[in-house]
Design a protein around this ligand. Structure first.
Ligand code: LLP
Length: 419
């Protein structure tokens, strides 16, 4: 059913897509604070075990105002870059609440974290050695590759043979050798097997592996099991959400047994990104053109892949809602359409072959579940302006949380030769 999702959760609070677009322009990212807070709480309570902490994966969405909310909800955070660390600190996270998960980073980037008192993980023997050379005696974590992975697309499977991530378990003697050589303290091990699973089995299997590996190290303070928790992108087809309760309970049994046997003080962490933010975001766009080309009905919008790249990059599905301007929904006139953007590439489609009520120029489209890997992967390709972001607050009111790029923003990094 059309608009099923936003209606059911009163996504837009006191306002509606039409008013939002007329006030802030199109395209526009809109976030719902209530949903965001609820998802934070789901994850904070996910594993019924006292020494468990959810650490939000900043890459999914790094809007400063959303980070502040996530921090208020008591989550910690992981960062992949100095930029993400910079934003997390600006949002009020303390260094000890941030975990820097480096992947092929420079010495300067390592030192950026170390000098701020942030624990970092290295994900190759060569980076472990570099870290040791520059920070002998320091605390460090290593990222393990458990030997298998999972994900909604090959590009986001991060465990197993075909990925660049982590250190395989057959390298444990070498990890120990470098730790000894540089007198490092190995305080944590971490993994992340991939992004988006809708059942917990593979994650649980991978946790069993990392727990076994953890037994081979002494003095660990934490074990980070990674993220990847999926959300139901096909809501209009009643896709079920990830069942967290029994999943978390199974993990609690494993973790508490491990802790009892090995180290009762150890902290266990997860790294959810998508789960926290995806469902709190809808991307609004506007219909600017229509055409039929060789039997395909194209709806031309301002939702180019510079704004949301997931459909083009991973063939990802997002439910589409339509908000007709000045008319009622006409389900009788539904037809199959392909929704395309305004970028100069033929792959620039946000939804292919969807059955939607007849759309007219000026109508607004909502791309559901766009809160994760939406704005954070957006760009200025074709010198398009990145959209504004608006928050629907708990009391239903709304406020701008990031302004739209301006044309002058496109000029600001150039170094003009004045000679
Ligand atoms: N931890 C690490 C080390 C990661 O690399 C990631 C995601 C996460 C945690 C969080 O994963 P999540 O819970 O969000 O699945 N752009 C893709 C997803 C890429 C995920 C990259 N790493 C997409 O739009 O589907």
């Amino acid at each position: 059913m059309q608009n099923y999702f936003t209606k059911k959760v009163n996504f837009y609070g006191d306002t509606n897509p039409k008013n939002l677009v007329s006030e802030y322009g199109s395209p526009l990212y809109v976030y719902n604070e209530k949903i965001l807070r609820q998802r934070c709480r789901d994850m904070a309570d996910f594993i019924p075990y006292s020494n468990y902490k959810a650490s939000y994966s900043t890459k999914a969405n790094s809007n400063l105002e959303l980070l502040k909310i996530i921090r208020e909800e008591g989550l910690h955070a992981d960062a992949m870059s100095p930029g993400e660390i910079h934003l997390l600190l600006a949002a009020g996270f303390r260094p000890e609440q941030i975990f820097y998960i480096g992947n092929n980073v420079s010495v300067e980037e390592m030192m950026f974290a170390v000098n701020k008192g942030i624990t970092m993980s290295v994900d190759s023997l060569s980076q472990l050695r570099t870290f040791g050379q520059f920070n002998p005696g320091g605390n460090v974590a290593v990222r393990i590759n458990p030997g298998f992975g999972i994900g909604h697309h090959d590009k986001v499977v991060t465990g197993g043979k075909d990925t660049k991530f982590g250190i395989n378990d057959d390298c444990i003697p070498e990890i120990k050798a470098w730790i000894k050589e540089f007198n490092l303290n190995l305080i944590g091990i971490n993994q992340h097997i991939g992004s988006l699973f809708m059942e917990g089995d593979t994650y649980i299997q991978s946790v069993k592996v990392i727990l076994q590996i953890a037994e081979q190290f002494e003095g660990l303070r934490f074990i980070d099991m990674g993220g990847g928790f999926g959300i139901p992108y096909q809501k209009q087809d009643n896709e079920a959400p990830l069942e967290l309760k029994s999943f978390g309970e199974q993990l609690a049994i494993l973790l508490s047994a491990w802790a009892e046997r090995n180290n009762p003080d150890i902290m266990f962490m997860s790294e959810p990104g998508r789960y926290i933010v995806a469902e709190s975001g809808v991307l609004l766009g506007t219909v600017h053109a229509q055409k039929e080309n060789s039997g395909v009905n194209y709806v031309g919008t301002d939702l180019g892949f510079n704004v949301l790249v997931r459909p083009v990059m991973y063939d990802a599905w997002h439910d589409i809602e339509v908000y007709p301007i000045d008319k009622e929904y006409a389900y009788s006139s539904e037809k199959r359409v392909t929704i395309v953007g305004n970028i100069c590439e033929s792959g620039d489609a946000i939804a292919n072959n969807r059955k939607l009520p007849a759309l007219s120029i000026g109508d607004i489209i909502g791309v559901v579940d766009a809160g994760a890997y939406g704005y954070s992967m957006s760009s200025n390709y074709n010198n398009r302006l990145r959209p504004a972001e608006v928050l629907i607050q708990r009391d239903g009111s709304h406020r701008l949380i990031r302004r739209r790029d301006t044309l002058d923003d496109l000029l600001q990094n150039f170094c003009t030769d004045k000679g």
